[in-house]
Design a protein around this ligand. Structure first.
Ligand SMILES: Nc1ncnc2c1ncn2[C@@H]1O[C@H](COP(=O)(O)OP(=O)(O)OP(=O)(O)O)[C@@H](O)[C@H]1O
Length: 234
């Protein structure tokens, strides 16, 4: 198991914000988390990354084997606007993998190539990249630490349809294990093998995407299926 969340609750003082939630992610698995705004998706992601905001209290346990890498909605937030892409990628490659400067640069060029970015990207400043390119660089950065788990929170929400499909395919190709968060069931259905539907911080339905799409049981899942189908028609 790459990650195991058991009986996790997150609270702000007396107010329960999320949970209790159980979640287990196996090696190679792609798990989707869907739910409306405020359903607790981001808190669960923060708990997996051990980055819950100070002041919140938790019960239960979160275990992640090895490192977890993260990709968020806006790749720009992960990038330093004042450093070229190459320097940002080689830093963690040298620090976390112990590579020499030259080896780190070669590795970074290889990763960018796999992400469909030209070698010149190493010398580029983040501001000169498109949203889709920045998201790919953010993915390269998340992978630099050789994570056992990749957590992607609305990674394609800011992209157009073509960009969305490309980034989702890359996540699927490169993530060792993946927790993919979206408000859009169609997005997680594209690559996840298992989907958890969250409402008010708890899992109200769980299943294979094809089953949820064909036979949603919970009213929220039905709404998400209707929204996914409407999106397909648009
Ligand atoms: N640091 C915090 N302090 C107090 N309440 C918080 C904090 N962070 C989140 N919340 C509350 O916890 C609940 C779950 O928030 P969370 O951000 O996890 O939802 P979400 O499903 O990710 O929503 P969205 O899709 O809008 O990002 C919300 O009611 C939110 O207002």
């Amino acid at each position: 198991m790459v990650a195991r969340v058991s009986g996790l609750t997150v609270a702000a003082g007396d107010r329960r914000l999320a949970g209790p939630v159980d979640l287990a992610v196996a090696d190679g698995e792609r798990v989707g988390l869907v739910g409306a705004s405020g359903s607790g998706k981001s808190l669960l992601v923060a708990a997996l990354l051990d980055e819950l905001p100070a002041g919140l209290t938790t019960t239960g346990s979160v275990q992640v084997a090895g490192r977890a890498g993260a990709v968020f909605q806006d790749g720009a937030t992960a990038l330093d606007p004042l450093a070229r892409v190459g320097a940002q990628l080689t830093g963690p490659l040298r620090r976390l993998r112990g590579l020499s400067r030259a080896a780190a640069r070669e590795h970074a060029a290889g990763v960018l190539d796999r992400l469909g970015l030209p070698p010149g990207t190493l010398r580029a400043w983040p501001a000169t990249l498109s949203g889709g390119q920045r998201q790919r660089v953010a993915l390269a950065l998340a992978l630099a630490g050789d994570p056992r788990l990749l957590v992607a929170d609305e990674p394609t929400t800011a992209l157009d349809t073509v960009g969305q499909a490309a980034v989702l395919d890359l996540l699927d190709a490169l993530a060792p294990a993946l927790v993919l968060v979206s408000h859009d069931l169609a997005v997680v259905a594209r690559l996840c093998t298992r989907v958890l539907v969250l409402e008010d911080g708890v899992v109200v339905e769980e299943g294979r995407p094809a089953d949820l799409l064909a036979d949603p049981r919970h009213p929220l899942t039905r709404d998400l299926v209707a929204a996914a189908r409407a999106g397909e028609l648009a």
